[in-house]
Design a protein around this ligand. Structure first.
Ligand code: ZN
Length: 473
């Protein structure tokens, strides 16, 4: 009985602490309202095709986050994976070359650069009718050694039935090709004489037309930047081959996903005198998240899920289930940008857009944030303070993203775990969920209570401060 009372007192304390954050928190809540008003507009990228997958890598010199689709279409998946790996290697190599024998990256003036370089790529994917598909990957490379960011683009088009890669020319008639080139010069201002056979290289078949990207400096002066031309299928019907049919049975739009406000969760019986650890999972929600929830359901315990805002659409049910089963849903930025490379305004957007999306889908507000790559500095923490959120890194890094080996993940955890640890894992990897099938029961058997990050903090002597950065308790 005594125990239960202490749990309720703790809960009351957490609530009071929350209010006591004062101006910062109120500002955060006011902002949340305005971000919520626009929450539907955040979804800029169309992802009609494929499951989002990601390539995430980090070392001292570079942070890489490439989001790409797994489409199930033979050659398309092979090509996309090959491109992803090639781009990651190219930029990793580029950064390595910029360093001398493992010394830190330096600017042209010879000053040591403290920040890592960063490569971030995201994608759009489309059905162009029932038979053809298009994928466009766009990204940015930032390096402290470069004056300007570098833009990246890559497009793929494929035939659904054969699984083969096709080009834009494949859907155009002979006359159609030259007519489209002419229309391109009109739309972009490029002289026809300056064009060559590569002009369609960065073209993508979308759901409603052909999009052609002319990269900065390719056909136009650098100062004009990158230009995008768009031709709706309905306007260029006579240029398309007969076999190309852009009509498609469209699925009924999903019903409005209004959140059923679930009854407040019953207070869990957590014994403050017994050891506890927080298992945390970054970069989801993903294809394996539900299986991880099943593992928790089977053995008990709760986890913390640091989700990316731009991965939530399409996985609303997984997120709702995560929250409804008592796990903590927390923010990990909108699209995995390294926050220390951004302006204060951009950091605010990254945090608040994700917070609003989580609130919109689960009905719960979260003031818990993990910065991508764990990269936090005074500026980022200052923004967090204003918004009323705090940051959580980790005390055990399972390196699950690197090893992809359940046995290695389990060893890393079981060899190092102690009371109060925050353990870093990534639920987007199948091998991590495999590892959890044995790690979760083993931790419980060893006497650890598996708690969320907020639960861990509420049983700690340390008071959570807005803008604070925590790694263990
Ligand atoms: Zn991450």
């Amino acid at each position: 009985m005594k125990k239960i009372i202490s749990i309720f007192m703790m809960a009351a304390l957490v609530l009071t602490t929350g209010c006591a954050l004062g101006g910062g928190n109120r500002e955060g809540e006011k902002l949340l309202e305005s971000y919520l008003e626009n929450v539907d507009a955040y979804e800029t990228s169309t992802r009609e095709l494929g499951e989002p997958a990601s390539y995430i890598y980090m070392d001292d010199r570079i942070a890489v986050a490439i989001l790409y689709p797994e489409t199930g279409i033979g050659q398309l998946d092979t090509e996309i994976t090959a491109w992803t790996e090639a781009v990651a290697e190219e930029y990793k190599g580029m950064v390595k070359e910029a360093t001398i024998q493992g010394e830190p990256l330096k600017t042209e003036d010879g000053e040591t650069v403290e920040n890592r370089a960063e490569l971030t790529v995201s994608y759009e994917s489309y059905y162009a009718g029932e038979q053809k598909v298009g994928v466009k990957l766009t990204g940015t490379f930032l390096s402290p050694a470069l004056a300007h960011p570098v833009d990246l683009i890559k497009t793929f088009n494929a035939d659904v039935q054969s699984g083969e890669i096709i080009s834009i020319e494949d859907v155009l008639t002979e006359d159609g090709k030259s007519a489209l080139v002419h229309m391109l010069t009109v739309q972009t201002g490029v002289a026809e004489a300056d064009l060559d056979q590569h002009v369609f290289d960065y073209g993508v078949l979308t759901d409603s037309g052909i999009e052609i990207v002319l990269n900065r400096g390719d056909y136009l002066p650098m100062s004009e930047g990158t230009k995008t031309a768009f031709f709706a299928y309905k306007d260029i019907r006579n240029l398309l081959v007969d076999s190309f049919d852009d009509t498609r049975e469209r699925p009924e739009p999903p019903e409005d996903e209004s959140v059923e406000t679930s009854a407040p969760l019953e207070a869990r019986a957590i014994d403050p005198d017994k050891p506890m650890v927080a298992l945390t999972f970054d970069d989801g929600p993903g294809a394996h998240t539900d299986r991880l929830l099943d593992v928790f359901e089977k053995h008990g315990g709760k986890g913390t899920f640091f989700v990316l805002g731009n991965l939530i659409e399409g996985r609303e049910e997984t997120l709702q289930r995560t929250a409804a089963e008592g796990h903590e849903v927390a923010g990990h930025s909108w699209n995995h940008r390294q926050l220390t490379n951004l302006t204060e305004e951009e950091v605010k957007d990254q945090i608040m857009m994700t917070r609003a999306k989580i609130y919109d889908v689960t009905g719960k507000d979260s003031l818990v944030v993990r910065a991508p790559y764990g990269a936090c500095d005074e500026m980022v923490q200052g923004v967090g303070k204003k918004l009323g959120v705090s940051f959580y890194n980790w005390s055990i890094d399972t390196l699950d993203w690197l090893t992809r080996d359940p046995a290695a993940i389990e060893k890393e955890i079981m060899d190092n775990v102690s009371d109060g640890d925050i353990i870093l894992c990534h639920d987007l990897h199948e091998t991590t969920v495999d590892a959890m099938e044995s790690v979760i029961p083993k931790l419980i058997q060893k006497g650890y209570q598996l708690v969320t990050v907020s639960e861990l903090m509420s049983y700690s002597d340390e008071k959570v401060q807005a803008g604070g950065l925590y790694t263990q308790q």
